[in-house]
Design a protein around this ligand. Sequence first.
Ligand SMILES: *Cc1c(COP(=O)(O)O)cnc(C)c1O
Length: 619
Amino acid sequence: MRIEVDTAAIAANVRALAARAATPVCGVVKADGYGHGAVASARAMLDGGAAMLGVVDLAEALRLRAAGIDAPILAWLHGPGVDFSLAARHGVEVAVSSIAQLEAAAAAGAVIHLKLDTGLGRNGIARGDRAAAIARAIALAAGGARIRGAMSHLAGTSRDADLAQVRDFASALAEAEPLGLELRHLASSAAAIALPEARFDLVRIGMAAYGVDPSGPGAGDGSEAAALGLRPAMRASAAFVDGVAEVGLDDGLLPAVGAPVLLGGELAHVAAVGACSIRVEPPRTGDGVLWGDPAAGEPSADAWARAARTITYEVVTRMGAAGRGAGVVAAGPETAPRRVLELGLDGEPRRLVGELVGVKRVEPGLGVSYGGEYVTTSATTLALVGLGYADGVTRSATGRPAVVGGDGAHPIRGRVAMDQVVLDVGDRPARVGDPVVLEHASAPELTGMIGPRVAVEVAGSVADADAMELLGERIGAALRAGDAVLLIGPLGAGKTTLTRGIGRALGARGTVQSPTFVIARTHRTAAGPDLQHVDAYRLGDEAELDDLDLDLDGAITVAEWGAPLEHALESWLRVEIDRGEADGDDESPRSVRLRGHGPGWDAARVRSLTAPVPTEEAP
Ligand SMILES: *Cc1c(COP(=O)(O)O)cnc(C)c1O
């Protein structure tokens, strides 16, 4: 699978859209630039005249800053652990969706936009909280807080419903008059193109900038985008052998049976989509274009969306990220909501784990998410989860159950968005930060794909000491110089047993045994780097760590009770071992969890530690 991105098309699209809307543009590059690559897309949008960039979370914003982009950036969705002082320090503006976020962002000195819910029922300050939020903002501004803008987002249910949102937004702006707001913004691509009343001071343009008609796949031939003067920026292709290419559902491909593929100068059609492969008829061999530029005779991404009964947004966002192999390192809680795909030790998906990023009471009759397909029937509590189709929750997941806080399961309500889904939890208590779990068993289509913002954790049960040593061997086989493995778990959990397996894989000389009495023991290995086996239990501070004189760059370090080493490392693999209920029995199963931290342990590398369980018919 190969993704090519025409950044000149993105720049030209932004230029055309800015001229059409006659309004400054905020170029939206969330979810890795809708699969096109965030940094390259951001640069192209700025080239095309964008005045600002829009992202979902601080992690995305800081990645743009790290790439040297110094344009204004706005981030509008924050997890419960967000540290707004990072926003202030890096000059990232933040939109706040609750009074609590407003207080925190103001205290941190960040530049603030109020994000108001005017009828989307998703992110944003609820109507019922609006007056109090605006009053509080006015008080904070009087005390020096920097409140620069207000924004809302349209549901696109109908022209009339959008105009009702425009009026509601305008009335909120009237209330906020004393704030002297500089940037008032409501429209995304669709309204920027077709609803002048919604344009205000800034239009936030995502999909149209990538050359896709925001109003849907249309006739499936890309003609609507072309009529708007837009050029698609993404070309997806794959190598086919006898009609089969090795790209499938696990890569984010949607089950688009019937979609066209340009192969050998002629159109073939998708006959089947499997986990790791796709088959077209007739079965030709060669480079096939899945979608590209219809003006050049290639199929359109719209055609894939039609065949998969979804919108083109999902096609490019999922496939682009997967096809570009975007190995983004998952962000920490201070910059992004929790997004974790948990795999079993055999590599099978178990569940997708997120958290509540917003909880609000709303009125009856409120449409939820785009198109307002779910409408609240009474006063209720809506809970917002920071996972969307960019993270693997495919749009067909509406209605699937999500478990909040370990008990009640609630169906996903309304359409799945790129970064968010909404649950209606009724009158049950729910709090920002509550964990949310989508079980693979109840929604197998959700969790095959790993979105680029999603961390991978491997978890499972290890039957006995032999199995623990085998797991150690598997980990050891993947290690290289400079790696660190931190083992966390109670006495007798099996940390030394696991290390013995690592030692065996590395060909370590001497006997691997508990390092408790020596604190650190170095084993030469057959050919590779040394294995340093450390007991960090009594390491008090960094000075004591320094005294050990470990070679953290040249050797492989395995530290039991390893948590204190985190401060000295950029990347590490954390292995948590738990004895579970069956305390005291040395041969009882252990539960194990593998978690990567830092650039050295991205999702793909953590995933590489899994191995399929051998079956009878395996070759
Ligand atoms: C994604 C998003 C946009 C851009 O939407 P497009 O339809 O892709 O133009 C604008 N504003 C907000 C708040 C968004 O989440």
